[in-house]
Write a protein that binds this ligand. Structure first.
Ligand code: GLY
Length: 288
């Protein structure tokens, strides 16, 4: 099987001054993940490496650089899924873990599926992952937005989907949620079937956008189900965004990769940064 990776840096009203950073960030993430795949690494390793690099890049609303909630705190959500056994892991409301995608993968590799808040952080520690200070996740740009009490922008969640040399699929999604969110608010990202889905018999997807509406249409599972009968992922992705818009007036986007390595990207937002790598195709874009 020829490996493929597609990553996204979020759909929304991405500010002009962040466009260059978004394009660089998704390119670096896709290159990292693709290198792992071409060296025979697993889809899980590629997805985790790609998303960690975007969590560490303060351009994105994930890990360091995330939006702040109404109290001025960072609360992170992330999820991981693999398509062979449908194992999934998710964390929500995490305040002191620098790379929640790695924690979501640890949860996936345990008998559990979903952990929140302090319990998730304790689980991380008990598995050798250290906590960070909440200040490590906070950047001056987001503090300035918070102090201005700016109107909420749409989320710039990050995500990745990968197909490895064995034909195995994985997906991951990570976010700081929406700016000025109510403390304790959780969006689509850690909800399996909304923020992501992976099934080796069909495909893998990662969502981005307004989480409340994405949850109400269970967008990721909807998208993967649209691949039944061999439908092209671009058509399935477009159908999904049309459904999100017409059914619940939602805004967002998704990346969708099928078991043959074909992929689609769709959004109804002003911008969505993304990058893709395979032996045949390589590129990045931010405009629709
Ligand atoms: N899609 C990110 C969120 O709504 O939290």
């Amino acid at each position: 099987m020829r490996p493929v990776i597609v990553v996204h840096g979020g759909a929304g009203d991405i500010l002009d001054e962040l466009v260059k950073g978004h394009l660089t960030g998704v390119r670096v993430a896709a290159d990292l993940g693709y290198r792992i795949l071409t060296q025979g690494g697993s889809a899980e390793d590629a997805v985790e490496a790609a998303i960690r690099s975007m969590e560490d890049d303060e351009t994105f609303d994930a890990g360091r650089g995330s939006f702040l909630n109404q109290d001025g705190d960072v609360e992170l959500d992330a999820s991981f899924m693999e398509g062979a056994q449908l194992q999934a892991g998710a964390v929500a409301g995490v305040r002191d873990i620098a790379n929640p995608i790695s924690l979501a993968r640890l949860v996936m590799d345990s008998p559990l599926v979903f952990l929140v808040g302090e319990g998730a952080s304790r689980f991380a520690e008990s598995h050798g992952m250290s906590r960070c200070t909440p200040a490590r996740l906070l950047v001056p740009r987001e503090l300035a937005y918070w102090e201005l009490k700016r109107k909420a922008r749409l989320g710039d969640t990050v995500g990745a989907v990968a197909l490895d040399c064995t034909g195995h699929l994985a997906a991951g999604t990570s976010t700081g949620g929406r700016p000025m969110k109510v403390p304790g608010r959780v969006g689509d990202v850690p909800c399996i079937g909304a923020g992501l889905y992976a099934d080796d018999t069909l495909g893998a997807t990662s969502s981005t956008g307004a989480g409340e509406e994405i949850m109400r249409v269970v967008m990721a599972k909807y998208a993967v189900d649209r691949l039944e009968g061999g439908r092209h992922p671009q058509q399935a992705a477009d159908d999904t965004i049309r459904y999100l818009q017409t059914k619940v007036n939602g805004s967002g986007g998704l990346i969708l990769l099928d078991r043959q390595g074909r992929f689609g990207v769709s959004m109804n937002t002003r911008r969505m940064s993304r990058a893709w790598r395979s032996d045949a195709l390589s590129g990045e874009a931010i405009e629709p």
